[in-house]
Design a protein around this ligand. Structure first.
Ligand code: ATP
Ligand code: MN
Length: 462
């Protein structure tokens, strides 16, 4: 018999059906009457299935080794469950013990473990309630991302992970090299990138935007959904060195069209996750953050506030709030400022736009005031910035002078500049950090718990 997911059994199976399930034992209780209860979880849903194993069931001789963490498969008959909280249970007709888990050493015993501890056993944490739920939410959110764009006729494109365009304007990069660094350190004082694999300095990408723009200006609406890397030494609860970013890019979109899309996009993914992971979301609301469902409903049911950066600075300066960092026009807003606006002042998601040009990258469209660019950041409660985007500079002369102003050589980006030389078009796009969205939806405190294998300063295990 082929194995069925526990989720399907709990949802669809009828009394009298025979099924085979397999998974990891959460608990076992032995009754005095000579049978045992086994709680089996296979990760397909939040709930475990309750299995009743009689003493005369084939395989019962191994029941003493069916301990927490062991792996078993069970053939059985579905019956109505007399217990609370479950529709059906399984009465075993055969039990096979595949792998034992020594109770003295298995790290995941019944008690609650801290998330810090669980990070050290990232190979076992998918077996916990929390990480099972996060896995399902990530999966449903990924599907919802593709669904959102596919339904709108956007193409999913794959931009390179290795790049040789320096300073894409978004943070420190990790070098990619085949040079023998140890040898060089001994005998040379300088690296010669001409000798390197690509013949010049290469790095892991910090964004797929520039390449996405190539496709937006060729085949139209598109999006990327891939890994990005930033070597920032920022030990915060919102930064990873490796994270996944979704970057749509649209020709003929102005900044307001971009905002509309970003708002609908965030709302769509949240709505889908609420629908498809209802049981997991109940768990997050009960055990992780009691306000998470309320926060998400607030996001999906209200329009996002839209506010120029300059007005936000004014609100912050007049707020009377004590901030660690002072607020000053021309400086980037800190997370504390972003959170004040979205959590306390507006109590709603906020899209700030028209940022000072001095704090934003070269590709953002310059406004006529000479001081600001068509940038937008979407701010949400608990996280702060979840999306950064802009209308792109489509005017050749303005782009070239902006690049020089930012200390970049237009020749080095000749292909990017060419898009303005030949058939230029007003266009816009944004980047959403997938793990920040997962953090928002689950209520998890630390972004390191929102990705299967976090990469952060001094840690890249598993
Ligand atoms: P922040 O100011 O929060 O560090 P940023 O302005 O450097 O972010 P962008 O370059 O605008 O980030 O990247 C777009 C989006 O990618 C951000 O809005 C955020 O959701 C996400 N993001 C950026 N850096 C990280 C990171 N180190 N870890 C996880 N997500 C990130
Ligand atoms: Mn940003």
């Amino acid at each position: 018999m082929v194995r069925t997911h526990v989720a399907k059994v709990l949802k669809d199976a009828q009394p009298g059906d025979t099924v085979k399930v397999g998974g990891w034992v959460r608990t076992r209780r032995d009754s005095k009457q000579g049978f045992s209860f086994v709680e089996l979880n296979d990760g397909s849903c939040f709930s475990s299935i309750q299995v009743v194993v009689d003493a005369d069931t084939p395989g019962y001789d191994s029941i003493k080794d069916v301990t927490t963490g062991s792996c078993v498969s069970i053939n059985g008959e579905v019956k109505d469950s007399p217990g609370k909280g479950q529709r059906v249970e399984l009465h075993a007709t055969e039990l096979v013990l595949h792998g034992t888990a020594d109770g003295d050493t298995y790290p995941l015993q019944k008690k609650r473990h801290s998330f810090e501890f669980l990070r050290e056993i990232a190979h076992l944490r998918p077996r916990t309630n929390t990480f099972g739920a996060i896995t399902r939410v990530r999966n449903a959110a990924s599907a919802a991302v593709h669904e959102f764009f596919q339904d709108r006729g956007f193409y999913y494109i794959q931009t390179p992970v290795i790049t040789t365009s320096d300073c894409e304007g978004a943070g420190q990069m990790f070098s990619v090299t085949t040079l023998n660094l140890e040898r060089i350190a001994e005998v040379q004082t300088k690296l010669d990138y001409a000798q390197d694999f690509f013949g010049k300095r290469a790095a892991l990408t910090v964004s797929g935007q520039l390449e996405a723009e190539i496709f937006a200006c060729g085949t139209g609406d598109c999006y990327t959904f891939g890994p990005t890397f930033r070597a920032e030494n920022s030990n915060t609860t919102r930064h990873l060195a490796e994270f996944w970013m979704i970057e749509p890019e649209m020709p003929f979109y102005e900044l307001t069209d971009n905002m509309d899309l970003a708002e609908k996009f965030v709302q769509h993914v949240i709505n889908r996750v609420l629908e498809r992971c209802a049981e997991d979301m109940e768990f997050f609301n009960l055990r992780i953050d009691k306000t998470v469902l309320e926060t998400l409903r607030n996001i999906t049911e209200n329009e996002f506030i839209r506010l120029p950066y300059t007005e936000a600075v004014d609100i912050l300066q007049k707020s009377g709030q004590k901030f660690e960092y002072p607020v000053e026009w021309g400086h980037d807003l800190q997370s504390e400022h972003e959170r004040f606006l979205t959590e306390q002042h507006f109590k709603q998601p906020v899209i700030l736009f028209d940022y000072p040009r001095t704090i934003k990258p070269f590709y953002m469209r310059c406004n006529d005031d000479g001081k600001t660019v068509r940038a937008m950041d979407v701010l949400v409660p608990r996280i702060g910035e979840i999306i950064g985007g802009s209308q792109r500079e489509e005017r050749l002369d303005v782009l070239e002078s902006r690049m020089k102003e930012c200390g970049l050589e237009p020749e080095e980006y000749w292909w990017y500049v060419d898009l303005r030389r030949y058939g230029t078009v007003p266009h816009s796009g944004f980047g959403l950090g997938f793990e920040r969205l997962i953090q928002l939806m689950t209520g998890m405190q630390n972004i390191r718990d929102c990705i299967p294998f976090p990469r952060v300063p001094k840690s890249a295990d598993f």
